[in-house]
Design a protein around this ligand. Structure first.
Ligand code: PMP
Length: 456
C-alpha cells in the first residue's frame, strides 16, 4: 500500500468530511492535497492543479505567501495566545480592528472577532437581539434573508442560510427568519417580465412582507451583495439601493455578509460598495487572512455599538465571545494579509482583470449547454442547461455539473460545481495569463461535457 493509499484509508476510517457523501468517500477515497504555491496546488499523486476556486473562495494571496508565514511565526514566538475577555487585549487584534475600521465604509468603526464566518453571523444575530432588547423593543427579532443565500452552517447562521439541502434533517431553521425570492433574474424572472419589473416585484415582496409581519417585529435584512455558494448570483441593478431604502424607512438594520465579497473580490474593497449600498453591519472572513488562519469579524456602526455598549454596562459585561476571539496569530496574519492586498493594489488588480475574466465566461455561451454566464470582478459562473431556449434544467440535477467537474479535474483545474452551475473564483494574485489558462481549461471541460451529454 502506498502512503497516499494508506492515508486515504485512514481518512475514510476516521474523518467525516463537510459537504461530502461519506459512503462515496469510503469507496473512492479523498483527493489528498499535499502542497501549494502561487495559484497552484498539487495532490498526493503529484498532479498539478490551477486552483480556480481560491480554496473556498478565500485564498486571495495564493498558496505560498512567505510574509504571512513570517507574520505567524513571529507572533507565535512572541505571544502564541492570549484572549480578549475581561478587558485583556493584545497588539495584533488592536491593529487589525483599527485596519478593518479604516477600510470599512464610513461609520462602521467597531469590530468583534470570531473564528469563522458562521460564528460571525451567529454573533450578528445575538448583537441585533441584544441591541433590540436593550432599546426596549423585545418583539423586534425577525430576520429577512433570501432563498439560496449562504450565511454559514451553525444553528443561527444555518437558519439564515436559504439553501434547502443545508436544512434537511438538521431541523433548521430554528430562528424566526423569512426567506425571500432569490434576486437572480435568469432563473427567477417570470415569463415576459423585464429585469426592471423583476426588481420592482422583489422590492414589493419585501415591503409586503414588512407590512404583513409589522416593521416592529423585523430586526434586520441580511444578504450577500453577490451571492456566492448559492451559485454566484448577481442581483439586478437597483435591487440593493432599493433594499437599503426600504430598510431605512422601516428602521430595519441592513447587514451585508461580505464573507466572500469582502477585501476586493468584486473589484471594490467591499461588495456593498460595488452594489451601491451602505450596511449597518458587515460580516467578513476568508480573504481577511487568505484562510492561512481561521478568522472572521463582525464590523458595525456607532449606533449598534452604543446600544450594545450601554447594555453591557448595565448588565456588567457583554456575555458573548470565543476562546480565540481576536487570536493573536490569526489577527497578526490578517493584518499582514490586508497590508499586502493594499501594497500590491490587488483590489484594483481584480477590477483590471474583470473585463477579460468576465468576457471569457460569457464566451462560453457559444456552447449549446451553457444557459447563462455571469459574475462581477473576479468571481463568476456559468449555468449548464438541457435547453437554452427554455432554460430547462437537466433531469437529474447536479449530474452534468459533476461530469463537468470531473473533466475540469482531469484538465488540472479546480472549479466548483454547485448543482449544474460551474463557479470560478481565481486567487486575487492571479496574473492575466493564469486567469486565461483557467478559462481555457474550463472551456475544454465544458466542450468535453457537451460531447458526454450528447452520448448519454
Ligand atoms: N457567509 C458566506 C457568504 C459564506 O460564503 C460562508 C462560507 N462559505 C460563510 C458565511 C460561513 O463561513 P464559515 O465556513 O467560515 O463558517
Amino acid at each position: 500500500m502506498t502512503l497516499a493509499n494508506s492515508l486515504a484509508a485512514l481518512d475514510a476510517a476516521h474523518q467525516l468530511h463537510p459537504f461530502t457523501d461519506a459512503r462515496a468517500l469510503e469507496e473512492k477515497g479523498p483527493i489528498i492535497i499535499e502542497k501549494g504555491d502561487g495559484v497552484r496546488v498539487w495532490d498526493s499523486t503529484g498532479k498539478e492543479y490551477l486552483e480556480g476556486m481560491s480554496g473556498l473562495w478565500s485564498v486571495a494571496l495564493g498558496f505560498g505567501e512567505e510574509r504571512l508565514v513570517k507574520a505567524a511565526h513571529e507572533q507565535l514566538q512572541k505571544l502564541p495566545y492570549y484572549h480578549t475577555f475581561s478587558a485583556k487585549s493584545h497588539e495584533p487584534s488592536i491593529r487589525l480592528a483599527e485596519k478593518i475600521a479604516e477600510m470599512a465604509p464610513e461609520g462602521l468603526n467597531h469590530v468583534f472577532f470570531t473564528n469563522s464566518g458562521s460564528e460571525a453571523n451567529d454573533t450578528v444575530v445575538k448583537l441585533v437581539w441584544y441591541m433590540n432588547n436593550a432599546l426596549g423593543r423585545p418583539q423586534k427579532k425577525k430576520f429577512l434573508a433570501r432563498k439560496n443565500a449562504y450565511h454559514g452552517i451553525t444553528m443561527a447562521s444555518g437558519s439564515l442560510t436559504g439553501i434547502e439541502a443545508d436544512h434537511t434533517d438538521f431541523d433548521l431553521p430554528i430562528l424566526p427568519v423569512i426567506h425571500l425570492t432569490t434576486p437572480h433574474f435568469y432563473r427567477f424572472g417570470a415569463e415576459g417580465e423585464t429585469e426592471a419589473q423583476f426588481t420592482a416585484r422583489l422590492l414589493k415582496e419585501i415591503e409586503d412582507t414588512i407590512a404583513r409581519e409589522g416593521a416592529d417585529t423585523i430586526a434586520a435584512f441580511i444578504g450577500e451583495p453577490v451571492m456566492g455558494a448559492g451559485g454566484v448570483l448577481v442581483p439586478p441593478a437597483g435591487y440593493w439601493p432599493g433594499v437599503a431604502e426600504i430598510c431605512r424607512k422601516n428602521d430595519i438594520l441592513l447587514i451585508a455578509d461580505e464573507v466572500i465579497n469582502g477585501f476586493g473580490r468584486l473589484g471594490t474593497t467591499f461588495g456593498c460598495q460595488r452594489m451601491g449600498f451602505t450596511p449597518d453591519i458587515m460580516s467578513v472572513s476568508k480573504q481577511l487572512t487568505s484562510s492561512y488562519m481561521p478568522l472572521a469579524a463582525v464590523v458595525f456602526s456607532d449606533a449598534v455599538y452604543n446600544a450594545v455598549a450601554d447594555n453591557s454596562h448595565r448588565l456588567g459585561g457583554f456575555a458573548h465571545g470565543f476562546t480565540a476571539s481576536g487570536h493573536p496569530v490569526a489577527t497578526a496574519v490578517g493584518l499582514e494579509n490586508l497590508k499586502i492586498i493594499e501594497e500590491r493594489g490587488l483590489v484594483a488588480h481584480a477590477a483590471e482583470l474583470e473585463p477579460m475574466f468576465q468576457k471569457g465566461l460569457r464566451d462560453m455561451l457559444e456552447f449549446p449547454i451553457v444557459g447563462e454566464a455571469r459574475g462581477v470582478g473576479l468571481i463568476g459562473a456559468i449555468d449548464l442547461v438541457a435547453d437554452k431556449a427554455t432554460k430547462r434544467k437537466f433531469s437529474k440535477p447536479g449530474q452534468v455539473g459533476q461530469i463537468a467537474n470531473g473533466f475540469a479535474h482531469e484538465e488540472g483545474l479546480i472549479l466548483r460545481a454547485i448543482g449544474d452551475t460551474l463557479a470560478l473564483c481565481p486567487p486575487m494574485i492571479s496574473t492575466e495569463a493564469e486567469v486565461a489558462e483557467m478559462l481555457r481549461r474550463m472551456r475544454v471541460a465544458v466542450e468535453r461535457t457537451v460531447k458526454a451529454v450528447a452520448e448519454q
